[in-house]
Design a binder for this molecule. Structure first.
Ligand code: NAD
Length: 254
């Protein structure tokens, strides 16, 4: 018996990185998973899960577009009959943007994906989850939703927004049986982090500095975040709502 046996999960940003790892982990624990992403590579991840005996389907989906949320929810309902678990994972780092030069356009794009996307996900999946008797929402924030990082103000603001959006939703939806929690990863080996380091002028130095900020002396791997998400999705976390799960190799401990 898997830890989320018989549940239906919708995971955004599931083409790669943390979203793909989370979709795989939920499927391995018995959930039927609708993977969504605007990157067509999401199809390959869904096919791989199916080939390994999991239940998976996918839709192409931009989390910033409200009409596409209606389509994603309809797909989850059509394929699997409802939604019990929502993982709002899609996000962008936006690269490094100094406050004095960052364009309003860049700022808005980061907010649109990282914060509007989470709002829209809850807004559209909430009614289906409530109708099914409740469920679990997991929102991907970051260590940078709890502390700042110079050069990443927009990202920090968006992830801090996710932290309190999560807490307010947890209070509003507790009577509906929907738990809402946030996950705060440290730096994890994903395309997002690899691309940010590759784009930097002094990538090796940047990488060494970031690794050193984690007392465990390394970046995390996607499975270490997926494990936390599966836990929050499962009945093992039945008394957790409005909580901040930090999975950061000790980054925030000092
Ligand atoms: P990633 O860039 O490796 O993958 C993100 C996925 O989201 C991609 O498949 C991308 O196509 C998709 N995506 C981007 N914009 C989208 C949109 N508008 N609609 C639908 N899909 C979209 O990123 P990751 O490292 O796997 O990060 C996943 C989440 O975890 C993000 O919210 C990120 O901010 C957060 N996070 C990551 C780290 C880290 O170190 N990797 C740390 C803390 C928090």
């Amino acid at each position: 018996q898997g830890r989320v046996e018989g549940k239906v999960a919708l995971v955004t940003g599931a083409a790669m990185g943390l979203g793909a790892a989370t979709a795989r982990a939920l499927a391995a624990e018995g959930a039927a998973v609708l993977l969504t992403d605007l990157d067509p590579a999401v199809e390959t991840v869904a096919l791989e899960i199916s080939a390994e005996g999991g239940r998976a389907a996918f839709v192409l989906h931009d989390v910033t577009v409200e009409a596409e949320w209606a389509a994603a929810v309809a797909a989850a309902t059509a394929h699997f009959g409802g939604i019990d678990i929502l993982v709002n994972n899609a996000g962008v780092s936006g690269g490094m943007g100094e406050l004095m030069t960052q364009s309003l356009e860049d700022w808005r794009r980061i907010m649109a994906v990282n914060l509007d996307g989470v709002f829209l996900g809850m807004r559209h999946c909430g009614p289906v989850m409530a109708a099914g008797g409740g469920g679990s929402v997991i929102n991907l924030s970051s260590i940078l939703g709890k502390v700042g990082l110079a050069g990443a103000a927009a990202y920090c603001a968006s992830k801090g927004g996710v932290l309190l959006l999560t807490k307010a939703a947890a209070l509003e939806w507790a009577p509906l049986g929907i738990r809402v929690n946030s996950v705060h990863p440290g730096f994890i080996e994903t395309p997002m982090v690899a691309n940010a380091i590759a784009a930097s002028e002094n990538g090796n130095e940047m990488r060494d500095g970031l690794v050193a900020a984690h007392p465990l002396g390394r970046f995390g791997v996607p499975g270490e975040i997926a494990g936390a998400v599966v836990f929050l999705a499962s009945d093992a976390a039945s008394f957790m709502t409005g909580a901040e799960m930090v999975v950061d190799g000790g980054y925030l401990a000092r």
